[in-house]
Design a protein around this ligand. Structure first.
Ligand code: GLU
Length: 445
């Protein structure tokens, strides 16, 4: 029995039409796993990849709500419960107009491998809505969250499915979602992560994704005898993940020369300051989804309508959204001497860009580099289960340990004979094994 990527993909595409991002995510994993599967036929015989690519359950529902003008609005809500072989479904909610069934299926698929890489007992899932928080009042956001949770609450639970934040879902939204869950379920439980400190949230969770990706970058650099101090970095986005990455990079002595938004990018010649890092939080909270006010406030240059990949740097951190970095961007980065691309958004680079970057720089895929966020969510679940809070030092030390472990896993499964590490291959094989072995042990379910 041989694993044939093209045959497998033809079935995936026929079964899941019009879901290009899902096809992209599945193809990347299938290509990475091809040789490994052929060397380990038990995974082929058990049709493990075919089973992972079919979510265990998909929930899709109407989310009606009333805006500030009294007009009725209708959005669509989703939860993709991809895989529960190694723990309850776990993964964020995304509120963004680009959200579709297919985009969440790709995210749930990625999450399954990512969560496995953390070594914590978390299955994979993802959810969200095509609701656009941009320009909405606080009360509109609250009413939307309450309506969304009114249906969602029956599908989730601390031992079943534990959602969290993602694009468009931060501490404010998690608070409203948690409040409505508690009211409906009549239970105060750790059903969501990314909660506020006052009601069961974990220290370091807000910073965790951004910190984690920088820790991962440090390990990549160390393999080449380099360090982060003194390096020039470009970060895309200005939300929670970009903020955490910029904060840690600044703290470690790297120079962050660009951040970006859907409106363009800000070039910060001398590097972002601590005040600049803090201001990123105000920008996100303003619900305007533009980065240009940063340039006005700090006298930096704003380049409208452009992506930051044209800026010269040593390390690039795509921290915004899927497929934000294409082949031309990848070529521009390499031409400008960039040596490391640490994908921090989920599938932030197109397939073409990934192929080019793997061949030309050190490239880490999002499912490895951005796993610090969900890892810290796993630590929040542990704290909730034992009804206590760990110190920032305890959580921070665990996070650093987990990121080091993920890097080691990538090296273990991704190192080729010439010593070069293919992090994409390493992450995909490393994430697959635990899920696959658990699925075989549990029978055909
Ligand atoms: N949305 C984040 C991710 O893509 C975090 C998920 C979580 O904490 O459950 O991994």
């Amino acid at each position: 029995m041989k694993f044939d990527v093209e045959k497998f993909m033809a079935e995936i595409i026929a079964k899941n039409p019009a879901e290009p991002e899902f096809h992209q995510a599945v193809r990347e994993v299938a290509e990475s796993l091809e040789d490994f599967l052929n060397d380990n036929p038990k995974y082929i015989e058990n049709k493990i990849l075919e089973r992972i690519a079919e979510p265990e359950r998909v929930v899709m529902f109407r989310v009606p709500w009333v805006d500030d003008k009294g007009e009725i609005q209708i959005n669509r809500g989703f939860r993709i419960q991809t895989n529960s072989a190694i723990g309850p479904y776990k993964g964020g909610f995304r509120f963004h107009p680009s959200v579709t069934l297919g985009s969440l299926k790709f995210l749930g698929f990625e999450q399954t491998f990512k969560n496995s890489l953390t070594t914590l007992p978390m299955g994979g899932g993802k959810g969200g809505s095509d609701f656009n928080p941009q320009g909405k009042s606080d009360m509109e956001i609250m009413r939307f969250c309450q309506s969304f949770m009114t249906e969602m609450f029956r599908h989730i639970g601390p031992e079943t499915d534990v959602p969290a934040g993602d694009i468009g879902v931060g501490a404010r939204e998690i608070g409203y979602l948690f409040g409505q869950y508690k009211r409906l379920a009549n239970q105060f439980v750790g059903v969501l992560t990314g909660k506020g400190r006052e009601y069961g949230g974990s220290l370091v969770r807000p910073e965790a994704t951004g910190y984690g990706t920088v820790y991962f970058a440090q390990h990549m650099l160390a393999l080449n005898g380099e360090e982060i101090r003194g390096k020039t970095a470009v970060v895309s986005g200005f939300g929670n993940v970009a903020w955490g990455a910029a904060k840690k990079l600044h703290e470690l002595g790297a120079k962050v020369v660009a951040i970006s938004g859907p409106d363009g990018y800000v070039y910060i010649e001398d590097g972002i300051t601590a005040e600049g890092v803090d201001y990123m939080l105000d920008l996100r909270a303003s619900n305007k989804n533009i980065v240009s006010p940063f340039a006005e406030k700090f006298g930096a240059k704003f380049i409208a309508g452009k992506k930051p990949w044209e800026v010269k740097c040593d390390i690039a951190f795509p921290c915004a959204i899927q497929n934000e970095l294409g082949i031309e961007d990848a070529k521009a980065l390499v031409a400008n001497g960039c040596k490391y691309v640490v994908e921090t958004s989920n599938m932030g680079c197109t397939a073409e860009a990934v192929e080019y970057l793997v061949a030309n720089v050190e490239f880490a895929p999002g499912k490895a580099a951005n796993a610090g966020g969900v890892a810290c969510s796993g630590l929040e679940m542990s704290q909730n289960a034992e009804k206590r809070s760990w110190t920032a030092e305890e959580v921070g030390a665990e996070l650093a340990k987990i990121m080091k472990g993920i890097h080691e896993t990538c090296v273990k499964y991704g190192k080729s004979a010439d010593g070069k590490v293919n992090y994409v291959k390493g992450a995909n094989i490393g994430g697959f094994i635990k899920v696959a072995d658990a699925m075989i042990a549990q029978g055909i379910v």
